[in-house]
Design a protein around this ligand. Structure first.
Ligand code: NAP
Length: 252
């Protein structure tokens, strides 16, 4: 893929989907500026990927983070992966105002500030990729922060594709279904505790609802992400790609 010597900022990169994307980019010869809240975790993750990975400790919801990330990037940037941890579980009317505000900052406010700081560094051929969720197409029971706010993120990707297209910058999103990461394991454990069941039983049940009958691997997200960030996807913009083993049954 056309990624060699390009530089990407990857959010939420110490583990899970973000880490797999950073690893895939580095494997393809790119440089990755990896961001997560825990300095220790992101430094260890970057060290594992070698000299083309640079760690930056920062909380995407923190208004001070974009400047620190921009400093770590230097002059040249080719793409941005907007990704972090997931928002809190819960049903709409039970979620506190504080958790709603936190979820907004995590999914929309923080990403907007990050893009304001970094988009000026992108030139013709630049690419932005949002990691969203299957909730952009179909609500997930018990995850209403995501069900309400993620469709807004998908809309943000669309309006940015419109606004940045004339500068040659492409904007897309990928929507994971159930990818086997700490986040998903935590959600399965919470459900098992709530329902008084074994975690393995919850996982089997959950996987059985997916047409491919299994959870996805972070690397399966990363390969799609790398394609969308590369010049090989030069005419793909404004697209929302599901990577979900067929989980979302909505048409189209
Ligand atoms: N896994 C799935 O099946 C699935 C499904 C649908 C949607 N998603 C979404 O995809 C995204 C990635 O999920 P994942 O499963 O890879 O999650 P994960 O395993 O929990 O990993 C999250 C990563 O983001 C970092 N992070 C968390 N909060 C952050 C913040 N405020 N600022 C910067 N970095 C932050 C974490 O490191 P630190 O803790 O050090 O910050 C970690 O590196 C999430 O938004 C999630 O909701 C995932």
């Amino acid at each position: 893929m056309d990624l060699r010597d390009r530089t990407f900022v990857v959010g939420g990169a110490s583990r899970g989907i973000g880490h797999a994307i950073a690893a895939e980019l580095v494997r393809a010869g790119a440089r990755a500026v990896m961001v997560s809240r825990s300095a220790e975790a992101v430094e260890a993750a970057a060290a594992e990927l070698g000299g083309r990975a640079t760690p930056v400790a920062g909380d995407i919801a923190d208004p001070g983070a974009p400047d620190r990330i921009r400093e770590a990037v230097g002059e040249r940037l080719d793409g941005i992966v907007v990704n972090s941890g997931g928002p809190p579980l819960g049903h709409a009317l039970d979620i506190s105002d504080e958790d709603w505000r936190f979820s907004y900052e995590l999914l929309i406010g923080g990403p907007l500030r990050l893009l304001r700081a970094l988009v000026p560094l992108l030139g013709d051929g630049g690419a932005i990729l949002f990691v969203t969720s299957s909730s952009v197409r179909q609500p997930i029971t018990g995850l209403d922060t995501s069900n309400v706010l993620r469709p807004g993120v998908a809309a943000l990707a669309k309006v940015l594709a419109r606004d940045l297209g004339p500068r040659g910058i492409r904007v897309n999103s990928i929507a994971p279904g159930r990818i086997d990461t700490d986040r998903l394991r935590g959600n399965d454990e919470a459900r098992a505790a709530r329902e008084g069941r074994e975690v393995d039983d919850v996982r089997r049940d959950s996987a059985s609802q997916i047409p491919l009958r299994r959870y996805g691997e972070p690397e399966e997200m990363a390969r799609v992400a790398a394609f969308l960030l590369s010049g090989d996807a030069s005419y793909v913009s404004g697209a929302a790609i599901q990577v979900d083993g067929g989980l979302v049954t909505a048409v189209p």
